[in-house]
Design a binder for this molecule. Structure first.
Ligand SMILES: *[C@@H]1O[C@H](CO)[C@@H](O)[C@H](O)[C@H]1NC(C)=O
Ligand SMILES: *[C@@H]1O[C@H](CO)[C@@H](O)[C@H](O)[C@H]1NC(C)=O
Ligand SMILES: *[C@@H]1O[C@H](CO)[C@@H](O)[C@H](O)[C@H]1NC(C)=O
Ligand SMILES: *[C@@H]1O[C@H](CO)[C@@H](O)[C@H](O)[C@H]1NC(C)=O
Ligand SMILES: *[C@@H]1O[C@H](CO)[C@@H](O)[C@H](O)[C@H]1NC(C)=O
Length: 425
């Protein structure tokens, strides 16, 4: 299950939030963006004064340092060409994201593309992607929004090829597929907390239904399996809003809303920060892992008019413009944690020859309240826990754009490798 136990519909005063977000965007984030990370000289990013510089896919000579457009800042613009697959061409659409099947009447949400401020982000090209992925492997690790992204990728690739299922067994939480023509392996590891979790037996004597999180132990289900992968795409956050007991060194050190006697209630971000740190440190310590680790930042949910279980819903039918909303509350906290821990891990990674990149989807997805299933993730009379789903994303839908960003970053990766090899000569 994949729920949110947070997100207030009321907005904090706009000016305050805008100021803090502006500080983040202008002051902090550009430094962390991958194309700047490895540039020799740090760039002062001033989004307002740049003349548009179209992205040149062919030109391998472009220096990374010159690629200073921040693709993650921008707006959604109309795109009459979307969507790029339908429910009849893709079987990978997960039931609950299959909005057309459940009668979603509007289709405008399918016809937008992301326009970064100051440059262009090309629409995903499945042939180019698969060509780049020859003999390579990629794993998605995290929660159901990560699975949502992977299914979107499979659907986008279905114009070229369907993968075959090469899973080791029938455990739906650990899947492997192969694109045989390209010898490309895709895998999914379900691990919504990324660290070890032992779910208390909900029917056990204590009937707590709490999650016991071992904040200093990476989840062995994936950490022991990934050394051979070329690309990892990690995500997490939403599950950390749940009632949990936190363990470190096998001792209870506190909890989140557990109501247990003598156990300290810790701030909501405490567990998440520790868990993310543990995860990224564990990747840094993997001896044989040579891949690129993408940390995908939080995709905000859009409950309005109430919380997820108190009548909140997402009924907007258009994207926000970037000046109409801003990140706030817990989502902002989680996002800041991701950026901070990413920075720590990538600094350490540079010493250890490990590559970390931030797949910074938060701002783009903040602007897409129209892209969720809402009540079109199931039949109207079905009794489901998350009746109005404002967390996941319809397929097809705005989450398809994540592959545009991913491909863009993979191309930068190629250039960076080229530059790094030139520097070695
Ligand atoms: C596919 O979507 C259309 C609406 O676009 C809907 O009428 C149809 O029932 C859907 N097909 C399936 C197999 O769900
Ligand atoms: C993929 O691997 C095969 C067999 O090892 C090799 O012949 C081929 O050149 C490789 N292709 C690429 C693009 O690396
Ligand atoms: C497929 O790719 C793997 C590396 O991921 C390589 O070892 C293997 O030789 C490739 N197989 C073929 C048939 O190209
Ligand atoms: C809680 O702590 C107090 C003081 O240390 C102790 O007297 C009490 O027995 C503890 N209660 C439980 C349930 O552990
Ligand atoms: C946002 O920007 C658009 C276009 O730049 C403008 O038309 C609109 O009035 C602005 N909205 C707000 C709330 O500032």
């Amino acid at each position: 299950m994949e729920l949110l136990f947070w997100r207030n519909a009321q907005r904090t005063p706009r000016i305050v939030v805008l100021v803090s977000l502006t500080l983040i965007i202008l002051g902090l984030i550009p430094l962390y963006h991958p194309f700047n990370l490895y540039a020799a000289d740090v760039i002062v990013v001033d989004h307002s004064s740049k003349t548009p510089q179209p992205y040149q896919t062919k030109d391998q000579k472009i220096k990374i340092a010159e690629e200073d457009c921040d693709v993650f800042i921008g707006d959604w613009v109309p795109n009459p060409d979307g969507p790029y697959y339908t429910n009849t061409t893709c079987w990978a659409i997960h039931e609950h994201q299959y909005c057309m099947k459940y009668g979603r009447p509007d289709t405008d949400f399918l016809r937008w593309r992301w326009k970064p401020k100051g440059c262009d982000l090309p629409i995903f090209n499945p042939y180019q992607f698969l060509d780049m992925m020859r003999n390579k492997s990629m794993a998605f690790i995290g929660d159901s929004v990560g699975r949502n992204q992977m299914q979107s990728l499979i659907c986008l690739l279905s114009r070229v090829e369907y993968p075959i299922d090469i899973s080791y067994d029938d455990d739906q939480n650990f899947k492997r597929w192969k694109y045989t023509t390209y010898n490309f392996t895709l895998a999914a590891y379900w691990s919504p907390f990324l660290v070890t979790v032992k779910e208390s037996d909900p029917d056990g004597p204590s009937r707590t239904g709490l999650f016991n999180l071992y904040l200093d132990e990476p989840d062995v289900k994936w950490i022991t399996q990934i050394e051979q992968f070329d690309y990892l795409i990690l995500n997490s956050a939403h599950w950390f809003t749940r009632c949990s007991v936190y363990y470190e060194k096998n001792q209870i050190i506190g909890c989140r809303y557990c109501g247990l006697p003598n156990v300290t209630d810790l701030p909501i971000n405490y567990g998440y920060q520790k868990a993310l740190k543990t995860t990224l440190e564990a990747i840094n310590r993997l001896k044989n892992y040579k891949g690129v680790t993408f940390l995908r930042t939080i995709a905000p949910s859009h409950f309005e008019g109430g919380e997820w279980n108190k009548g909140g819903n997402c009924i907007r039918r258009r994207p926000f413009r970037s000046n109409e909303t801003s990140l706030d509350g817990l989502c902002l906290e989680f996002y800041m944690t991701q950026v901070e821990e990413f920075k720590v891990a990538s600094d350490e990674g540079k010493k250890r020859g490990k590559r970390f990149r931030l797949l910074d989807m938060t701002q783009a997805m903040l602007l897409r309240p129209d892209g969720h299933p809402s009540r079109y993730g199931h039949w109207p009379n079905e009794n489901v826990v998350l009746y109005n789903d404002c967390v996941h994303w319809c397929l097809p839908g705005p989450i398809d754009s994540w592959s545009d960003f991913l491909l863009h970053m993979l191309k930068l990766e190629g250039r960076r490798a080229l530059e790094e090899s030139l520097q070695l000569k």
